[in-house]
Design a protein around this ligand. Sequence first.
Ligand code: DC
Length: 229
Amino acid sequence: MSNPVIVAIDGPSGTGKSSTSKAVAARLGLSYLDTGAQYRAMTWWMLSNGVDVGDSAAVATAAEKPVIISGTDPSGPTITVDGADASGPIRTQEVTGAVSAVSAVPEVRTRLVELQRSAASGAAAGIVVEGRDIGTTVLPDATLKVFLTASPEARAARRGGELTAAGNGAVDLAATQAALVRRDAADSGRKTSPLAKAEDAVEVDTSDLTLDQVIDRIVALIGEKRDAS
Ligand code: DC
C-alpha cells in the first residue's frame, strides 16, 4: 500500500480554502480537517461559558476544558463541543469577532495542534488539513503544502457571497473587506505560529481562477509529489 497522503492548505480567509480542501479530499478519497472550525469551536465554548476572551490568562486556563470532536468526512464534516453540534454557532459574527484573540493564546494552540496531529496520523488513506499554520507548524512533513492567496477584492466578494448564502441578507462588501484585512493582520501578527507561507509551500493565487481550476491544480500537484516519492 502507498503511504498516506498529507496535504496542508494554508492561507488567509476568503481564498477558497474550505471549498478547495473539501473537494480535493473528496476527489482523492482522503479525510478532511477544518482547523479554523476547531479554533471557532474553542471560541464559542469560551463565549458560552462566560470566559472573557480578552483575558488571555483566563482563556489559557480554560483551554483544556472543552471536548472538541471533528468528523473528517469531506462530504459532511462535523464538529461537536461537549457533545453538542457546533457547526451553526461557530459561524456567527460574535465568534468571528473573537476568534483571533482566542487563537493567539499559546495554550489554545498547543491543545488544538495535538488534536490536529492525532487526526492526521489516524487517517488511513491520508488527509487534507486546512488552516493558517499547517505547513509551518502542525504538519511540517506534509506530502504537499499549498498556500492560497487572492486579492482583497476577490476575497471580500467570496466571503460576501458566503454570508448572503447563509441568510445574512445584503452584505456591505467594503465592511466585509475591512473586517477580513483586520482579522488577517491579527492572525499574521501574533507571536505563536502566525499565518505564514512555509518555505516549501506552492503558492496559488486564486483571484482569477474558478474553484474547479484550483482543485485541478492541487490534484495535479499531489500527483507530481506522489510520482516523485
Ligand atoms: O478559517 P477560519 O476563518 O474559519 O478560521 C478562523 C480563525 O481561526 C482565523 O481567524 C485564525 C484561526 N486559525 C488559526 O489561528 N490557525 C489555524 N490553523 C486555523 C485558524
